[in-house]
Design a binder for this molecule. Structure first.
Ligand SMILES: [Zn+2]
Ligand SMILES: [Zn+2]
Length: 147
């Protein structure tokens, strides 16, 4: 990386065998300057900071600092697409569940309506039966209860 230079003596990272260090305050120092820099950062003046050696494998927290930003953007874009697709699937499933619920609700009310009609029919039939029974009693009664 062209831009990777010690933030104090400005040597390139390739010029030293020892790894460069990244301070907590976000500054980079070569192995010769890092000792002083962690006591007081040459760039921002932060005192007693810590520094991570820049060697493979890089810690996941800082790995992206050194990746090509166009690649990172691709990663972010594909992550976004993936998450959107997943969300769409969840929403579609929600819609499907909703449609199923609506259908069940309609079927329930239809059944309820049918049951009501059946009940009315049954009540009418029962009343007819009762009326017929009374009619028969009336016919039979005079023979039995006259006197
Ligand atoms: Zn240096
Ligand atoms: Zn600093």
């Amino acid at each position: 990386m062209e831009w990777l230079r010690c933030n104090f003596c400005w040597v390139k990272v390739e010029s030293q065998a020892q790894p460069f260090h990244l301070t907590q305050c976000g500054h980079i120092y070569c192995s010769k300057c890092v000792g002083k820099a962690i006591k007081r950062c040459f760039q921002c003046g932060t005192m007693d900071t810590i520094a991570l050696p820049l060697k493979e494998p890089l810690s996941p927290q800082i790995e992206h600092y050194f990746q090509n930003s166009a690649d990172l953007l691709d990663k972010v874009t594909s992550a976004q697409k993936f998450q959107e697709a997943q969300l769409t699937l969840c929403l579609q499933r929600g819609d499907a569940a909703d449609a199923k619920y609506q259908a069940l609700k309609e079927a329930y009310w239809k059944n309820n309506e049918n049951l009501k009609k059946l009940n009315e029919k049954y009540t009418r039939l029962k009343m007819m039966v009762v009326a017929m029974q009374q009619e028969q009693k009336k016919k039979a009664a005079p023979a039995r209860y006259t006197l």
